[in-house]
Design a protein around this ligand. Structure first.
Ligand code: ADP
Length: 772
């Protein structure tokens, strides 16, 4: 909104300026009527020559190169000097604006420009005439062969130059909102030079015409030759610029992404071909499904748009279908869709260069022109070369980004792999080390990279040979790949077992082979394997422990001469029963375990009084155990048999792992919506890092005090699974040397104590224990 408002204000101010200049011009023309010289009609030849000079003077533009910049100048002062000499009195003020207006109309300039220039010229002529009169003392040119006249003409031309510069500067400063002084001063030096040149040319022509008119015939030849020389100089300069720009562009393209490149291409195209509109269309997909369109009008920013189905939405792209070389399209002869687009873009025509890379059309580069324009053969050549540069660079940029994407994907796979992956260079040093590798070994990538394989991490294979670069090289030699199980002493997590598979990778040079090594951490598997072996040994031992005395008793009983007393017999039987019960418990545990693993384990859920269950267990306890009751509050929803199994296990452990005189106590407490049971002992305690692990299957502590012969490392595992299946939790609180408290919680049964102390039974349900 602000921009629109500003533009409207600028346009209003411009119109005011034009109106002022036109009014001044009008007054100048009218003042010609007051000049009595107007009554002497000049000779026709004078009128004709002056008209030609004025027609060409303000329109024929001279392009002057100055350093790296190019300036455009007219021959106005030459025309004014000739006009002053040829037309007496006010005639110049009448003929000049007419000719200037005509010239500008022929050049199809907008009417405001026509009016402004014509009026400004008229005023300039009036001022020049006055200056001439003041300098020479005559109203008209009397002696064109005299130095005084020439000087006065120079003064007049200077005054015209000052006025002309001022009016143009006013117009530019108004249009571009810049201070007048700044605009006037910019390029003043060069303008002065041009004034001097133009004035000198005018004066020279006058002098020659006055003294030797026949020389005027020779003059055009001289001027023509000079002009040709200057043009070829200009060409050479342009050519140099052109190749400089081409070279710069191809160099600049090397490390640009698509969007930045598009901007550079557009800027360069605009400056190379002086186009009024530049467009770069880049299509994707085969057949083209999408296109990105970059566009710029002079002075504007590059706009970026997306086009779906470019064949249907971009007429220029469709028109380029059958072209490989640049081609031109004019509004008058363009296909309908393209014609309408050109009208919309206010373009008279456009030149389109197809962008082709590896036989595939990847886009078009188009420039549009507001005026009439035709590409020269040279322009075509340049455009072809430029388009080739652009296509190749774009193709490369796309390849590069595709490669980067691929690399990123690969990186992602390596980074997120749970297996350790590393590469080892020809010299045996580590060249890459993924996060899993760092996790497994505890050595971060920056530390591992560049160092020798497993440096600082003592590693051995199964034969006890140290694992390092030499080991890797020897094992790879000849076979190219191998697998091995190694053990590594890591910094953080002790000894790890790694299943290592290595493959040789031929390196680019002929200087050897690098290798990729994948390491899978199989420590847990190995531990489980070891635990299983341990378990079989333990279970066999456990089964044999009660069997041996049982067998002994039976053999004694079978002895023919064995006649025991009744109390002896009773003792025998009860001892045998204890062993049989022990055997039964162990088999029970093993059965529970196998049922749990098969997912066939189910539990009942009914209201149970925990105190009653604890009591039942304590009746069989090997030593007296204190029991703190919860009473009615200790009612839970659980499977009574399983609950008893859990309590028996915890109490049994407390007894098993405590010294014979150690106190054991059980407490039952209601805590919120749960009932918590705690079994305290004064045993050796459990170190903190083992407190979770004792609940793992087959896990037993290494401590001599806590590794009684009659244990398989299954009790706590089964207890945890049972408690969790009944909706509770189980945990241990312990400090080494200070005894342990094993605790579990179960959901409390809802209590209704008021209306008849009724305990509503929850729906009787069977819950399948999930397999683990
Ligand atoms: P186990 O049959 O070996 O007793 P558990 O699963 O019941 O199997 O117990 C696992 C291990 O936890 C035991 O081997 C023992 O090392 C340790 N443990 C269990 N209860 C206690 C306790 N009250 N005090 C100290 N250590 C215990």
């Amino acid at each position: 909104v602000v921009a629109v408002a500003n533009r409207a204000r600028t346009e209003r101010r411009l119109l005011v300026l034009v109106a002022v200049v036109v009014a001044l011009g009008g007054l100048s023309v009218l003042s010609a009527g007051l000049d009595h010289g107007i009554r002497h009609v000049p000779a026709l030849w004078r009128l004709a020559v002056a008209a030609v000079a004025l027609l060409c003077g303000d329109v024929a533009v001279l392009h002057v190169r100055f350093g790296d910049d190019q300036y455009s100048f007219t021959w106005s002062e030459t025309a004014v000097v000739l006009g002053l000499v040829l037309l007496s009195g006010g005639w110049l003020r009448v003929v000049a604006p007419v000719c200037v207006a005509l010239a500008h109309l022929l050049a199809r300039r907008p009417w405001t420009k026509v009016a402004f220039n014509a009026a400004s010229f008229a005023t300039g002529c009036l001022l020049a005439r006055i200056a001439f009169q003041l300098a020479s003392g005559h109203a008209t040119v009397q002696r064109p062969d005299q130095v005084g006249t020439w000087a006065a003409l120079a003064v007049a031309a200077f005054v015209f130059f000052l006025w002309n510069g001022l009016s143009v500067a006013a117009a530019v400063s108004t249009a571009q909102d810049l201070p007048l002084g700044t605009v006037y001063r910019a390029g003043l030096g060069l303008s002065l030079l041009v004034w001097a040149g133009n004035t000198a040319t005018g004066v020279l022509l006058v002098a020659i015409a006055a003294s030797r008119p026949q020389m005027l015939v020779v003059l055009p030849v001289l001027v023509g030759l000079l002009y040709l020389a200057y043009r070829s100089y200009l060409r050479a300069m342009q050519e140099r610029d052109l190749w400089e720009v081409l070279e710069q562009s191809s160099r600049a393209f090397i490390d640009l992404g698509q969007a930045e490149m598009a901007r550079t291409v557009i800027a360069r195209t605009g400056s190379l071909f002086r186009a009024d509109f530049v467009e770069l269309v880049l299509v994707e997909g085969e057949p083209p499904a999408r296109a990105t369109v970059y566009r710029r009008f002079p002075g504007g920013d590059v706009m970026e748009m997306e086009a779906a189905a470019p064949d249907l939405t971009l007429p220029a792209w469709s028109a380029a279908r059958n072209h490989v070389e640049p081609f031109e399209v004019r509004r008058t002869t363009a296909p309908e869709r393209l014609r309408r687009e050109l009208v919309r873009l206010e373009l008279v025509g456009c030149a389109v260069a197809p962008l082709v890379a590896q036989g595939r059309r990847i886009g078009i580069l188009r420039m549009g022109f507001r005026g009439r324009h035709r590409l020269s053969a040279r322009d075509r050549g340049v455009l072809t070369t430029f388009a080739n540069h652009v296509s190749t660079s774009l193709h490369n940029a796309r390849l590069f980004s595709a490669m980067n994407e691929e690399r990123a994907k690969l990186r992602g796979v390596v980074d997120h792999s749970s297996d350790g992956i590393m590469s080892v260079g020809v010299d045996g040093s580590v060249t890459s080390w993924n996060p899993a590798m760092a996790r497994i070994t505890g050595v971060p990538a920056p530390q591992a990279m560049g160092a020798a394989l497993f440096a600082g991490l003592p590693a051995r294979d199964q034969d006890g040979a140290p694992v390092g670069p030499r080991w890797l090289q020897q094992r790879l030699a000849g076979v190219g790949q191998f697998e091995a199980l190694i053990s590594v002493e890591t910094t953080g997590s002790g000894r790890r077992w790694l299943q290592l598979s290595a493959a040789a990778v031929p390196s680019a040079g002929d200087d050897g082979e690098s290798a990729v090594v994948v390491c899978r951490d199989v420590t847990a598997l190995r531990e489980a394997e070891e635990a299983k072996q341990d378990f079989v040994a333990t279970v066999s031992h456990e089964l044999r422990t009660p069997l041996t005395p049982l067998k002994g008793f039976l053999m004694t009983l079978l002895r023919p001469n064995f006649n025991p007393e009744p109390h002896e017999l009773h003792d025998f039987h009860s001892r045998m029963l204890r062993q049989a019960e022990r055997l039964e418990r162990l088999i029970e545990d093993l059965l529970s375990l196998s049922k749990m693993d098969a997912g066939q384990f189910s539990i009942d859920e009914v209201p149970v009084s925990v105190d009653e269950v604890v009591e039942r267990v304590l009746q069989d306890a090997a030593r007296p155990v204190r029991h703190a009751r919860a009473g009615m509050a200790g009612l839970v929803v659980a499977d009574p048999m399983r609950l008893e199994q859990v309590v028996a296990n915890l109490v049994g452990n407390a007894d098993k792992y405590s010294p014979p005189d150690g106190d054991i106590s059980v407490s039952v407490e209601r805590q919120g919506a749960e009932v918590v049971v705690r079994v305290r002992d004064q045993g050796p305690g459990i170190p903190e890092d083992q407190q979770e692990r004792v609940f793992e299957r087959f896990h037993r502590l290494g401590h001599h005090l806590t590794r009684m012969p009659n244990g398989a490392g299954l009790g706590l595992y089964i207890a945890r699974r049972l408690v969790e299946a009944m909706g509770g939790r189980i945990w241990v609180e312990s400090r080494l040397g200070e005894g342990s408290t094993f605790a579990f919680s179960l959901p409390a049964a809802p209590l209704v104590l008021t209306s008849g102390a009724q305990i509503p039974a929850p729906p009787h349900q069977l819950v399948a224990l999930p397999a683990r």
